[in-house]
Design a protein around this ligand. Structure first.
Ligand SMILES: Cc1cc2nc3c(=O)[nH]c(=O)nc-3n(C[C@H](O)[C@H](O)[C@H](O)COP(=O)(O)O)c2cc1C
Length: 153
């Protein structure tokens, strides 16, 4: 059986979202998947349809995603017409100063991937500045496992 391909894509200004991305990837580690952990600015947009699960994370900037992640989202229009991402499992995450603003950022990701691209978005997770690293790591690892389960359904 060929293994499923997972992309964990993130941007991080000061490292918090990067830590989340790494922990989500750790949680997904399994013989059944091949995981690519990639920074948003390094993504080759044409590669997106090659993945079975796409996980996207951004810091919350002004209640939204950072421009680096918005650029990826805007460029993903090339896959919109043919519905190339439709039906794939998506994960979304953010690190924010406050949970209220983090939820707004998650909503933006959900709209892009779920409403527009018609991906199956698994309810996102957020980290709030000041939370213990250990707790966040655990939440992220569990989220990775949940995404794998969703793919197997
Ligand atoms: C330019 C900028 C804008 C931000 N805007 C918000 C915001 O609107 N709401 C919020 O709760 N936190 C905001 N923050 C705080 C970050 O979301 C938070 O510190 C986050 O953990 C940073 O993640 P990172 O380390 O991955 O860059 C902002 C930070 C920066 C640098």
């Amino acid at each position: 059986m060929t293994s499923k391909r997972v992309l964990v894509l993130y941007y991080s200004g000061s490292g918090n979202t990067r830590k989340m991305a790494k922990a989500i990837a750790e949680g997904m580690r399994s013989t059944a998947v091949e995981i690519t952990l990639e920074e948003a600015e390094r993504l080759d947009i044409s590669s997106l349809p090659n993945y079975d699960i796409i996980v996207m994370g951004s810091p919350t900037y002004f209640s939204n995603v950072s421009w680096q992640m918005k650029k990826v989202i805007d460029e993903s229009i090339v896959h919109y017409g043919g519905g190339k991402l439709k039906g794939k499992v998506a994960g979304i995450f953010t690190s924010a100063g406050t949970s209220r603003d983090g939820k707004d950022c998650l909503k933006m990701l959900e709209l892009a991937l779920g409403f527009h691209h018609k991906m199956k978005v698994v309810e996102g997770i957020l980290r709030v500045d000041g939370e213990s690293d250990r707790e966040v790591e655990k939440r992220c690892q569990e989220y990775g496992k949940r995404l794998l389960k969703e793919m197997e359904r």
